[in-house]
Design a protein around this ligand. Structure first.
Ligand SMILES: Nc1ncnc2c1ncn2[C@@H]1O[C@H](COP(=O)(O)OP(=O)(O)O)[C@@H](O)[C@H]1O
Ligand code: SF4
Ligand SMILES: [Mg+2]
Length: 395
């Protein structure tokens, strides 16, 4: 992996954002060679960058498997960072030692999709909510009960639930317990990974509204992952759209919804039902399945499914650039003529270089073969027949 790539001058500068992700990559090893060395990777998160300011909510959308969860987990270092940087409150956290990072961990919390799986059935609700806060010294033994009750009330849980067990509660209540457990650590950043997808529709709105309320009262910053665009539209200030591990479009909610740029985002948005019988839906049907992230398509990863695909798209990956202020998009449709000419020139140069390398390698192989040729032939020397063989055998 070319670490030099990320050591650009920008690394020397601090970050002025509350959360900044620069060229973040998370690759999972999915194949090893005979000697146990990795030789195949699944690029779950591939070169993602964004900046988020304090108190804002960033909604992350994209089809299942596009890398949303992996990105959230990698930001919080629940997965190792393969490449790239994460900056939090002006500090580069992606290279901190585990020990140093653990001190900051309470400040960055994650709420998971499945509240059933993440609650210990043996602990009471009060213990679940307060345990980590006590371990991190945020509350002492004498203040424990009052502190937990305060957090529970904030999350809409009755005080008498303190002594009860998670299995006694519905999905919505369990998700409130998970949220309370995260908030008991007084975080500033919360990554919510599909926090309402497993809940009944009637409960979803209650939880979403509670999260919005908590954000205001506690000054929280959210990264809100969801495949539900209406939820993202409701809660977000900024929106990022992911496809096969890459961020294809990013911007303010208004710019993304009112001036959608990327063909993939347009297709996603066109699938959202409009609750008005007089509005004709102009649905864009996405062709084919999402390709494998182990072997993604060349050039633009979306080109196999894009109705706007051009010649350049299957050959050259589009640059992720600011098309209008604060609105980023990775698509060749927004290239200027100069950009296009430069990209083709770079591509042709790269092709020439590859051809030269291939030719060199072939030449090297050829000359190595010609040197090795005699070795391949077993060096069987014809027996030297002495002029008088009988005299030799007699010696
Ligand atoms: N621990 C893992 N090991 C190998 N592959 C993984 C692992 N976790 C996720 N993946 C793969 O990474 C890709 C992104 O997954 P994920 O982040 O869960 O997507 P999303 O949350 O958008 O549905 C998928 O192809 C998934 O199979
Ligand atoms: S770069 Fe080409 S294939 Fe990719 S989204 Fe844009 S138009 Fe479609
Ligand atoms: Mg997920």
């Amino acid at each position: 992996m070319a670490d030099e790539e990320i050591k650009t001058p920008i690394e020397e500068n601090g970050s002025d954002a509350f959360l900044e992700v620069r060229n973040l990559c998370k690759y999972f090893v999915v194949g090893k060679n005979f000697f146990g060395r990795p030789n195949a990777w699944l690029k779950a998160v591939d070169n993602v960058s964004f900046k988020l300011q304090k108190g804002k909510t960033l909604g992350i959308v994209g089809e299942s498997g596009c890398g949303k969860t992996t990105m959230g987990r990698t930001i919080l270092r629940l997965y190792d960072v393969t490449k790239g940087e994460v900056w939090f409150k002006g500090e580069k956290i992606s290279t901190l030692s585990n020990r140093e990072f653990d001190k900051r961990r309470p400040n960055m919390q994650m709420i998971f999709q499945d509240p059933y799986a993440s609650l210990s059935p043996r602990l009471t609700v009060g213990e679940i909510i307060g345990e980590a806060a006590r371990q991190h010294g945020l509350v002492d033994k004498s203040g424990f009960y009052d502190y937990v009750i305060k957090v529970m009330k904030m999350c809409g849980l009755q005080p008498h639930y303190f002594e009860r067990y998670p299995h006694e509660f519905s999905g919505g209540q369990r998700q409130r317990i998970c949220i309370a457990r995260a908030l008991a650590l007084k975080p500033e950043l919360v990554i919510c990974d599909e926090p309402v997808s497993a809940l009944d529709v009637s409960i979803q709105a209650q939880i979403i509204n509670m999260l919005i309320e908590l954000r205001k009262t506690l000054g929280l910053t959210y990264v809100f992952i969801s495949h539900d665009l209406s939820v993202v539209k409701h809660i977000s200030d900024e929106v990022g759209v992911m496809y096969l591990g890459s961020m294809v479009e990013y911007g303010s909610k208004e710019s993304i919804f009112n001036n959608t740029l990327h063909p993939y985002t347009k297709a996603l948005f066109s699938a959202v039902p409009v609750p008005n019988v007089h509005v004709k839906m102009n649905r864009v049907i996405l062709k084919g399945d999402i390709p494998s992230p182990v072997n993604p398509p060349s050039g633009c990863k979306f080109h196999t499914r894009c109705d706007n695909c051009m010649e350049i798209c299957s050959k050259i990956a589009p640059e992720y650039k600011e098309v209008e202020q604060g609105h980023f998009c990775a698509c060749h449709l927004y290239n200027s003529q100069a950009d296009e000419a430069r990209l083709w020139a770079e591509y042709e140069e790269e092709q020439r270089r590859i051809e030269e390398e291939k030719a060199k390698a072939a030449k090297g192989k050829h000359s190595a073969e010609s040197v090795e040729e005699p070795a391949e032939e077993p060096a069987v020397q014809p027996p030297v027949q002495p002029a008088d063989s009988s005299s030799v055998s007699e010696q």
